[in-house]
Design a protein around this ligand. Structure first.
Ligand code: C5P
Length: 219
């Protein structure tokens, strides 16, 4: 059995950074499941498929030419990593992720990321739907103000101008949709450990997760 740690939580809670840090410390692989929803939304929009048509978007999934190479995502051999990080793509991801047909189409693809010695999986439903037997599930949260501020600093440091109030409104709207949908809504698994990292450095959060893993790892 390949050990899996799941890290779920709302937009801009720091899941991606924490996932990378924990995976690096353990030598594990990473599943950025949000990238799968993002690339599905991007491909659907490029093929002029109606993002509200769940069956049509799901039908596109098996035809996608996708490659994951050390943090980069290739769609039809083109590096789309920068497009995937756009806020507009996050909204498209949230739109296609609301359809149960799309979630089913992406299910096996996510399971295929498991490799020895282990996997850290980042998303919204890793602990509830995709890896329900994972021995360690983390539900990461931070206040909306903290999350908006982090996203703001991230953009500014890249030379992209941003408005903190509209960033906060965008992420709260996306969270509301992710929580309100009927298919795998954003929620903590019953056996998840909740971690509010508003007042923590990334190193503190990482060390906490690693200490939980020491207690719970199955070998
Ligand atoms: O985590 P990230 O911001 O990249 O995710 C983009 C969107 O994809 C989320 O807002 C959510 O709607 C969707 N998503 C999902 N299930 C996942 C990962 C992402 O529905 N496991």
């Amino acid at each position: 059995d390949i050990p899996v740690i799941t890290i779920d939580g709302p937009t801009a809670s720091g899941k991606g950074t924490l996932t990378d840090e924990v995976a690096q410390a353990l030598g594990y692989d990473v599943l950025d499941s949000g990238a799968l929803y993002r690339v599905t939304g991007l491909a659907a929009s490029r093929h002029h498929v109606d993002l509200d048509d769940g069956e049509a978007v799901a039908a596109l999934v098996p035809t996608l030419d996708l490659k994951f190479e050390s943090g980069r995502v290739l769609l039809d051999e083109e590096d789309v990593s920068a497009d995937l990080r756009q806020e507009a793509t996050g909204l498209m991801a949230s739109q296609v992720g609301a359809h149960p047909e799309v979630r089913r189409a992406l299910h096996q693809l996510q399971l295929n990321f498991r490799r020895l010695p282990g996997l850290v999986a980042d998303g919204r439903d890793m602990g509830t739907a995709i890896f329900p037997a994972a021995p360690l599930k983390v539900f990461l949260t931070a206040s909306a103000a903290t999350r908006a501020e982090r996203r703001y600093k991230q953009l500014i440091s890249k030379g992209i101008s941003a408005n903190i109030d509209s960033l906060r409104a965008d992420l709260e709207a996306r969270d509301a949709r992710d929580k309100g949908r009927s298919a795998s809504p954003l929620q903590a698994a019953a056996d998840a450990i909740e971690l509010d990292n508003s007042q923590q450095t990334i190193g503190e959060s990482r060390d906490l997760v690693l200490s939980w893993w020491q207690e719970r790892r199955p070998f």
